[in-house]
Design a protein around this ligand. Structure first.
Ligand SMILES: [Zn+2]
Length: 226
């Protein structure tokens, strides 16, 4: 008889941690709930033994924005300081997203026009960062991950963003990999390398894939509506 075992990361609510009511800096109304990712040992794909904690963060129950645990201290600062921190976090988010999207788009040596359009679409959501993001895009398009530049953007983002946000960045970037309907072994390995560059264990891969499928479905729906 075969015994199938493995490990994976699962999200939990931290029960004894107070909810930060109406404090979400993104939507201003949502409550921030303390969450954590824990590594689990799985037997026949069922989580059976809880292992170590991967990361704690806060998640908005209204807009799903996720924040590093430092948000608790940041919220005690003045509004202008909160805005400044949010601006920095936004910049790190955008840089990491454009760098990894561009890298994933060129990885198969076939940079499709749809992929370029998708990257331009994301870039247009950050008009104030246009020149910085264009530079990253042009650079990664030509040099890929040379000198670890893509991984460095992810690593920088990790210092200020939550694990949840980083997984969202990777899932959004990896939608291009799902274009042919399946994930090749090399693509799986690449995504695990991205996770490690973010300072996250490779066990988060399954969480990433689940998010990726949700995003892909949302994209399909959007395309059907257009
Ligand atoms: Zn919110």
């Amino acid at each position: 008889m075969f015994i199938i075992f493995g490990t994976r990361g699962l999200k939990h609510t931290v029960k004894d941690s107070p909810v930060l009511t109406n404090s979400c800096p993104s939507c201003a109304k949502g409550n921030l709930v303390n969450k954590l990712y824990r590594r689990w040992f799985t037997l026949f794909f069922i989580p059976t033994i809880p292992l170590d904690e991967i990361d704690r963060f806060y998640e908005c129950d209204r807009c799903s924005s996720a924040y590093n645990e430092s948000i608790k201290t940041i919220l005690q600062q003045s509004q202008s300081e909160i805005n400044e921190t949010q601006k920095q976090a936004n910049l790190k988010f955008a840089k990491a997203l454009i760098a990894s999207m561009t890298h994933m788009a060129i990885i198969d040596n076939d940079f499709a026009p749809e992929e370029e359009r998708e990257i331009m679409d994301v870039m247009s959501k950050f008009p104030e960062l246009k020149s910085e993001l264009t530079e990253i895009y042009e650079n990664v398009k030509v040099y890929g991950n040379k000198n670890n530049q893509v991984f460095n953007y992810l690593n920088e983002a990790r210092s200020q963003l939550s694990s949840e946000t980083l997984i969202n960045i990777l899932a959004q970037a990896a939608v291009v990999l799902l274009a042919d309907g399946s994930i090749e072994k090399e693509e799986e390995n690449l995504m695990k390398e991205y996770l490690i560059a973010c300072g996250l264990p490779k066990e988060m891969y399954k969480t990433l894939i689940e998010k990726l499928k949700l995003k892909d479905m949302a994209k399909l729906k959007e395309e059907q509506l257009n």
